[in-house]
Design a protein around this ligand. Structure first.
Ligand code: SAM
Length: 263
C-alpha cells in the first residue's frame, strides 16, 4: 500500500547525482529524435534543477530559454548552472504558466507530465503560450511498465510490501495517453516514440548510494526500519550481475511525444 506523502523535490544537488544524470542521458536521445531548429524561443516546463535546460542551451542554439518549476530547491540549483548564462528560471506550475499567449516557438516537458496533477491543463497551457506553428514535446519514464531507472529496486520494494509513491498522474506518460493529450490540446502532426537508455555504475555501493538520492525512494526508505533497509539492499545486491570490473549497468525506458500547432 502506498502512503499519501507527495513526492517532494527539495534537494537540487542530490537530484543532480541521481536523476539529473539520467535526465541528461535520456534528454540527449530525446533531442536526437526531436531535431529542433536553432534560434527558437523555448519554455522548459518543470525545468527542475535545469538538467534538461542545460541540454537545450548546449545543443539547440536557442534564442532564449525560460525554465519554470514549483520547487525553490531545484530552481536554486538551476540558477548556478552554466546554462544560466542564457536561461532564465522562475517559479511556477504547468497548469498556469506565467507567460503571455503566443510568446514561444517551442515548449518542452522533460520527465514532468506524470507530476502535473491535471496533465491536460498542462498541455493546453503549452499550446496557449506557443505561437501559431510552434511545437510542444515531452518525454517521461514508462513508469507503469517497468521503465523507471530504479526499477530493479522498486521491484524489491514492492516484494517487501513497501513500494515508493508514484507521481500523482502516473499513466499520463503512456504512449496512447500522450497522443490523446497532444491531439486534444489542438496539436497536429503528433508523433510518439519509445526509447531505452543505459547508465553504468562503478560498483554496487555507488549504485546504492545514488539510488538513495532518488526523491521517492529516499522518502520511503527514511520511513522503514533499519533491518528492512538492510534486507532490501542485500537482496538487490544478490540479484546484480556486475562485469569483471565490478560495474553494474541499469536500463531505463521512456515514452516521448511531439506535435505542432497549425501555422
Ligand atoms: C523528474 S523532475 C524533471 C526535471 C527536469 N525537467 C529534468 O529533466 O531533469 C520533475 C520536476 O517536475 C516539477 N513539478 C512538479 N509538479 C509540477 C507542476 N505541477 N508543474 C510543473 N512542474 C512540476 C518538480 O518540481 C520537478 O522539478
Amino acid at each position: 500500500m502506498t502512503d499519501p506523502t507527495p513526492i517532494r523535490f527539495d534537494d537540487g544537488a542530490g537530484y543532480e547525482r541521481m536523476m539529473g544524470t539520467w535526465s541528461r542521458i535520456a534528454g540527449g536521445v530525446f533531442l536526437d529524435w526531436l531535431q529542433p531548429a536553432p534560434g527558437l524561443r523555448w519554455v522548459d516546463v518543470g525545468c527542475g534543477n535545469g538538467a534538461f535546460t542545460e541540454l537545450l542551451v548546449d545543443r539547440c542554439a536557442p534564442k532564449s530559454v525560460h525554465g519554470i518549476d514549483p520547487s525553490d530547491a531545484q530552481l536554486e540549483f538551476a540558477r548556478q548552472r552554466p546554462a544560466a548564462r542564457l536561461a532564465r528560471f522562475a517559479k511556477g506550475g504547468a497548469e498556469a504558466l506565467p507567460f503571455e499567449h503566443g510568446q514561444f516557438d517551442a515548449a518542452a516537458m522533460a520527465l514532468v507530465i506524470f507530476f502535473v496533477p491535471d496533465p491536460a491543463q498542462g498541455v493546453r497551457e503549452m499550446a496557449r503560450v506557443l505561437r501559431p506553428g510552434g511545437g510542444a514535446c515531452a518525454y517521461a519514464w514508462d513508469i507503469l511498465e517497468g521503465g523507471f531507472p530504479l526499477e530493479p529496486l522498486l521491484a524489491e520494494m514492492r516484494a517487501e510490501g513497501q513500494p515508493p509513491n508514484l507521481p500523482p498522474s502516473a499513466g499520463a506518460e503512456r504512449l496512447d495517453s500522450l497522443q490523446k493529450l497532444w491531439t486534444e490540446a489542438g496539436f497536429v502532426d503528433v508523433h510518439t516514440t519509445q526509447f531505452s537508455v543505459q547508465r553504468t555504475f562503478e560498483s554496487f555501493d555507488e549504485l546504492w548510494e545514488i539510488a538513495m538520492l532518488g526523491t521517492s525512494i529516499r522518502q520511503k526508505m527514511a520511513s522503514l526500519p533499519d533491518e528492512v533497509r538492510h534486507r532490501l539492499k542485500e537482496r538487490l545486491r544478490s540479484r546484480q550481475a556486475p562485469d569483471a570490473a565490478g560495474r553494474i549497468t541499469w536500463n531505463a525506458r521512456a515514452n516521448a511525444v511531439k506535435g505542432r500547432l497549425k501555422g
